[in-house]
Design a protein around this ligand. Structure first.
Ligand SMILES: C[S@@+](CC[C@H](N)C(=O)[O-])C[C@H]1O[C@@H](n2cnc3c(N)ncnc32)[C@H](O)[C@@H]1O
Length: 317
């Protein structure tokens, strides 16, 4: 077997230019570049907070919390979903994969520091480098919307699952959720970066070089974000790939309407301006709104208008 490619966190201007026409190259460059700071940027942790988040998302989609024997993660990033599922007792043993070598390196390093039995490989979800009938569970979080050929990836998932095995993909944007979240994010960025040009608020303005870098990153981010989904469309993809017991569920409406402007605001002002008190306020408010979404709004509103969609199913026995 050929050795995995090495991380490449400092792309040249020519490589970045080429990436605008090649979403897979863009994914590798963008995520290799982000790998070492990704956990900090997205407030990812491997403690009770993210264990609860990951296991709740899993249970909401799958309807159970395992335990599953050997699980594969596609597009693992730094390991947020699988490592927290393992810590939550949902999975015994893990294999993490990602198109970005930098992400696989960070995910396996995170697993080792948590003492979890995890191996890692660089892999494209459209061509999974494992034998048929290998895994009890395949998971992914916020990855389907980056994959050019989602039906091909789902066929691969069904191939590597053991008969009766389950897949759970969570955290992808719905068509409607993406519409309002993006607009709110753009509006917040515009307001924050313009209001902080005014004299009395100028200490809240991030240095121009950092703002320019964020804008360049956002441009590449737009290349890697390929899809948004209708929940029914995801269910159809999964059934056509051969899955049974398929269902899609959604979550976060008021939490997303709050969370997107907050995250954008945090990215637009200097880090040292917002302390622990702000972080707690943002997290607790998001948590309360998520509760309202799950226990109140999801009972009365159509699932298509929530922000996140998850899909699950099984390989026939
Ligand atoms: C938004 S990040 C999510 C990372 C992680 N799952 C999480 O939730 O924090 C998407 C990840 O998918 C990976 N990815 C993109 N396209 C892929 C593909 N075709 N096959 C495998 N991984 C891919 C990216 O490199 C990136 O690490």
């Amino acid at each position: 077997m050929a050795a995995d490619p090495r991380p490449h966190p400092h792309a040249t201007a020519e490589e970045v230019e080429a990436a605008y026409a090649d979403p897979k190259l863009a994914n590798v460059l963008y995520h290799d570049w982000e790998a070492d700071t990704y956990d900090e940027k997205w407030s990812i942790s491997y403690d009770e907070r993210c264990i609860t988040y990951a296991t709740d998302r899993f249970r909401a989609a799958a309807g159970d919390a395992g335990p599953y024997g050997h699980a594969l993660e596609l597009g693992c990033g730094t390991g947020f979903f699988l490592l927290n599922l393992m810590q939550g007792g949902v999975v015994d043993r893990g294999s993490v994969t990602d198109l970005s070598p930098g992400m696989v390196e960070v995910a396996t390093r995170n697993a080792a520091s948590l003492g979890l039995p995890v191996d890692g490989r660089v892999a494209d979800a459209e061509r999974i480098p494992y034998d048929d009938d290998t895994f009890d569970l395949v998971v992914g979080h916020a990855v389907l919307h980056h994959i050019p050929d989602v039906p091909a990836a789902l066929r691969e998932v069904l191939r590597v699952l053991k008969p009766g095995g389950r897949f759970v993909f969570a955290g992808d944007p719905t068509n409607i959720g993406n519409f309002y979240a993006r607009r709110l994010g753009r509006l917040t960025w515009w307001l924050t970066t313009n209001v902080t040009k005014l004299g009395p608020l100028s200490s809240w303005r991030r240095p121009q070089a950092e703002l320019d870098e964020s804008s360049r990153a956002a441009a590449l981010e737009a290349v890697v974000d390929l899809h948004t989904f209708d929940p029914g469309e995801l269910e159809r993809y999964a059934r056509r790939a051969g899955a049974v017991d398929v269902r899609a569920v959604t979550d976060e409406l008021s939490a997303a309407l709050f969370g997107w402007p907050v995250r954008t605001f945090e990215a637009a002002v200097p880090r040292d301006k917002l302390g622990f008190g702000w972080a707690m306020f943002a997290y607790r408010t998001w948590q309360r709104l998520s509760w309202v979404d799950e226990h109140v709004l999801s009972r009365v509103l159509p699932k298509e208008i929530f922000y996140n969609v998850s899909v699950t199913g099984r390989k026939p026995v």
